[in-house]
Design a protein around this ligand. Structure first.
Ligand code: SF4
Ligand code: SF4
Length: 383
C-alpha cells in the first residue's frame, strides 16, 4: 500500500467535506505532555474535567491496538457576529464565548471525522480507527501541535498561521502507517500579550494554565464561585476569550466557512433577566444546542446573576431577592445574596435582612452576612 498516496487522497477529500486543516502525526508517547500533566497535578492546576488516567492521555497505543498514526483536523470558527444584537438603553446582556457559537462543535467535528473514517474504510476496509473531540483521552492540542496544525501558544491554544487560534480540533487514531508531518515552529517569541490580558493571572509562564483560576473553567463549575473571581467574570455566561482576543496572531481572523457555526445573536448574547426565569424545558429549547450548555442550566443562571451584579442592575433587584427567598438551589441563593449586596441600597438591605430569618444553609447565610457587610461598607465610605 502506498500510504503517501492515500495520505494525499485523504487531504484532498478533507477539503471537500469542510475540514480546514489536516495533519498527520506519529503515535509515539507524548513525553513532554506527560511531564506537564504531572507538574499540573502536583500544583493542583487541573480542571477536573480531564481524563484522570495520565497514561491514557499520553500513550495512543493504549487506545487502539496497533496504533500507527494520528490524523489531526481543524475547523475554523468565526470570531465576529455577522448580525449584531440591537442594544437598547438599560438592557443588560451576557455573552457566551466564541467556542460556544452555533451548534455544539463536538457534533460538527464528529460529523467530519465520521466522513473521514468512512472515506478511509472505503479505501482500506480492514482499517481500524478511533476518533475523538475534546472529551477523548488524548489532548487535542498536543496532537495538533505534533501534526503541524499550529504551534502551542503561551495562551495554551493552538495557533494556526491561517486562522489564528479560532479553530476547533479533533483527531483520529488509525492503525495505518501514514508518513508524519513536521511540527511548526513556535512563533510567540517575546510576546506576552495573552498573559497580560488574562483577568485572573491564570496563565503561567511556559504555556501552563491554572484551571482553578481560569474564568473559562470557573464559568463551567456548578458550585459557588470563589468571591475573589466573581468581579473578574464580568458578563461572561460561558467561557472566556480574553487571551485569544489579545493575541496579535488573531488580528483580522474571522472565518465564516461553516453555516452551523453561525451564532444566533439573541442566544449567545442573551438578555440577562429572562435567563434567571428559564424553566428546564425552556433552557433546553433555547440553549441546549450550544457547547456552552453542557453543564446544564444552573451554571449559566449563576453566571447571569454575577453579570447583573457586574452591571449593578437595580432593575434586577426584585428578581434577585425572589431568588434568594425562593430558589431551591443554594448556589443560586448564595450568588443572589452576593449580587444583591453588590447592587446595594435600602431595598437590597431589606431583602437580605428578611432572608436571614429563614435561610438554613450555612454557606448562603455566610453570603448574606458578607453582602450586608458590603452594603454597610459602601454606606460608610459614602458618608
Ligand atoms: Fe485567562 Fe480567560 Fe484565558 Fe482563562 S480563558 S487563561 S481566564 S484569559
Ligand atoms: Fe503567543 Fe503573544 Fe498570542 Fe500569547 S498573545 S499566544 S504570547 S502570540
Amino acid at each position: 500500500m502506498d500510504y503517501q498516496k492515500l495520505k494525499d487522497e485523504i487531504i484532498e477529500y478533507s477539503k471537500t467535506i469542510g475540514i480546514d486543516k489536516i495533519g498527520f502525526a506519529s503515535t509515539s508517547t507524548f513525553d513532554e505532555l506527560k511531564n506537564r500533566l504531572l507538574r499540573q497535578q502536583e500544583l493542583g492546576y487541573q480542571s477536573g474535567f480531564e481524563e484522570p488516567d495520565i497514561e491514557k492521555r499520553v500513550n495512543p497505543a493504549l487506545l487502539l491496538d496497533e496504533a500507527r498514526s494520528i490524523i489531526a483536523i481543524a475547523l475554523a470558527y468565526p470570531s465576529k457576529m455577522r448580525i449584531r444584537v440591537e442594544s437598547k438603553k438599560g438592557e443588560r446582556r451576557g455573552i457566551f464565548s466564541r467556542a460556544s457559537w452555533g451548534i455544539d462543535y463536538h457534533v460538527i467535528l464528529r460529523d467530519r471525522l465520521l466522513k473521514l473514517e468512512q472515506f478511509i474504510q472505503s479505501k482500506i476496509p480492514e482499517a481500524r480507527v478511533k476518533s475523538m473531540v475534546d472529551t477523548g483521552e488524548l489532548s487535542d492540542r498536543a496532537v495538533a501541535e505534533r501534526a503541524g496544525i499550529g504551534w502551542s501558544g503561551k495562551n495554551c491554544a493552538i495557533i494556526t498561521p491561517e486562522f489564528g487560534s479560532y479553530v476547533y480540533l479533533g483527531e483520529m487514531i488509525t492503525n495505518l502507517p501514514f508518513p508524519a508531518d513536521e511540527p511548526m515552529e513556535d512563533r510567540c517569541g517575546s510576546c506576552t500579550k495573552c498573559l497580560e490580558a488574562c483577568p485572573t493571572g491564570a496563565l503561567v509562564q511556559g504555556g501552563q494554565i491554572n484551571a482553578q483560576k481560569c474564568i473559562s473553567f470557573l464559568t463551567q463549575t456548578k458550585d459557588l464561585i470563589p468571591v475573589e473571581y466573581r468581579d473578574k467574570i464580568g458578563n461572561r455566561l460561558y467561557g472566556c476569550d480574553s487571551c485569544q482576543t489579545a493575541c496579535p496572531e488573531n488580528k483580522g481572523k474571522d472565518f465564516h466557512f461553516h453555516e452551523e457555526m453561525e451564532p444566533n445573536p439573541e442566544e449567545i448574547k442573551p438578555l440577562l433577566k429572562p435567563v434567571l426565569a428559564l424553566s428546564n424545558r425552556e433552557f433546553k429549547t433555547k440553549f441546549g444546542y450550544l457547547a456552552g450548555a453542557w453543564r446544564g442550566k444552573k451554571p449559566i443562571q449563576r453566571n447571569a446573576i454575577i453579570a447583573l451584579a457586574h452591571f449593578k442592575d437595580e432593575s434586577a433587584l426584585e428578581d434577585l431577592i425572589n431568588l434568594l427567598k425562593e430558589d431551591t438551589r443554594s448556589v443560586i441563593r448564595g450568588t443572589s445574596a452576593w449580587a444583591i449586596g453588590k447592587i446595594g441600597g435600602q431595598r437590597a438591605k431589606e431583602g437580605l435582612e428578611q432572608a436571614t430569618e429563614f435561610e438554613q444553609d450555612p454557606n448562603v447565610q455566610q453570603e448574606i452576612q458578607h453582602a450586608l457587610e458590603m452594603i454597610l461598607k459602601n454606606k460608610t465610605s459614602k458618608s
